[in-house]
Design a protein around this ligand. Structure first.
Ligand code: PEP
Ligand code: MN
Length: 360
């Protein structure tokens, strides 16, 4: 992506003194619903009003969106409130209809980003237009696949690009609906600092009580904006009911969230430090999660040893692990002394967990 600086011109041109906010319901349900939410968001920090018209549902039989009819409601939103409009497109027909109805911002959903054929079809259909296009991360944590989609749109001469971080599917259950894997978003931001990066706390958390904290983490990590699902009656929303917040909650959040100073020239020492600390917090949480997982595996081994009546401590295997860790540690600039101390502590904790199992 040459000239990546121009990718964010659209965002700079908005001249916002706060992060970009995109909000609105997961799905357009009725004309009244779409307009009521839009009017409640009219005098807020929201610049773009989102509503899904075609809904990609994981399993059939759920509400799959109102279809093209909803585009007319979005046109009314723009006429009545002045909010710009946004919707998800997943094929050429969607793009053509969205263009006909003068939708301002189109996004590509996580289930579409995984398919280069679909992304290419959308890119071809958009060629030559000046729409803003935001690309959600693919459902799987694959940075190359995400960037590949950005490149396909950049090659189709789409100048107003950005990405949305909505978290990643995992087989294991976690407290998130879609695991944030913040390190991936940070890597993308480091590689392409000019590509606007928007956070979608709604699809990351899947739960409205966690939305605020994820918003704050995103801002601490210097994200450019937020896309938040908003509904006047979240519990009765036709899709993603558990994660939507009311317009008044959203407005309160925009007041309570702390915005860190963005540009390095203006940024004082403290705000720079805050950002780095937020990255450390993310890394620390990952360490804890990984250690927790490791102990669970150790416990499973403990159960196996108990069944076969084998000793907990097997020093030959342990010495092999240590040797390998010292070598691997070197590649991450970690000293031998540190690796030995760290793994001794981890090993001791594992043994304690296994002993517990053998006793229990
Ligand atoms: C959505 O934004 O409503 C949506 C379907 O999101 P995702 O593609 O992230 O699942
Ligand atoms: Mn949704």
């Amino acid at each position: 992506m040459e000239n990546s600086k121009q990718l964010r011109t659209w965002l700079d041109d908005l001249k916002l003194d706060h992060p970009l906010v995109i909000a609105g319901p997961c799905s357009a349900e009725t004309e009244e619903q779409v307009l009521k939410i839009a009017h409640e968001l009219k005098d807020s920090d929201v610049s773009y009003y989102r509503a899904g018209i075609w809904k990609p549902r994981t399993r059939p039989g759920n509400f799959e969106g109102v279809g093209a009819l909803g585009l007319k409601w979005l046109q009314k939103v723009k006429a009545e409130t002045g909010l710009k409009t946004a919707t998800e497109v997943a094929n050429r027909a969607h793009v053509e209809l969205a263009l006909e109805h003068d939708i301002d911002l189109l996004w590509i959903g996580a289930r579409s980003t995984v398919s280069p054929f679909i992304v290419q079809e959308i890119a071809d259909a958009l060629e030559g237009t000046d729409k803003i296009v935001l690309i959600k991360n693919p459902v799987n944590p694959d940075l190359a696949l995400w960037l590949g989609a950005v490149e396909r749109l950049a090659s189709a001469n789409i100048k107003k690009l950005g990405v949305i971080h909505r978290g990643f599917s995992t087989y294991e259950k976690s407290k998130y609906r879609n695991n944030p894997e913040w390190q991936l978003a940070i890597e993308l931001q480091t590689k392409f600092p000019d590509l606007p990066l928007i956070n979608d706390p709604s699809h990351i958390t899947g739960r409205r009580d966690m939305v605020f904290d994820v918003c704050q983490t995103a801002l601490d990590l210097n994200f450019d904006g937020l896309m938040i699902e908003t509904h006047f009656d979240p519990d009765n929303a036709w899709s993603d009911a558990a994660q939507q917040i009311t317009p008044s909650t959203l407005i309160q959040y925009t007041k309570d969230l702390k915005i860190r100073n963005e540009s390095i020239t203006e940024a004082d020492y403290n705000s720079e430090l805050q950002k780095l600390r937020a990255q450390i917090d993310v890394a620390d949480n990952q360490l804890l999660e990984t250690l927790g997982k490791r102990m669970k595996v150790a416990e499973a081994i403990g159960a196996l040893k108990k069944e076969k009546n084998v000793a907990v401590l097997q020093s030959k295997r342990w010495n092999e692990i240590l040797g390998k860790m010292v070598l691997d540690g070197e590649q991450h600039s970690l000293s031998e002394e540190f690796i030995l101390k760290l793994f001794k502590a981890i090993h001791q904790e594992s043994i304690n967990h296994q002993k517990q199992i053998l006793k229990g």
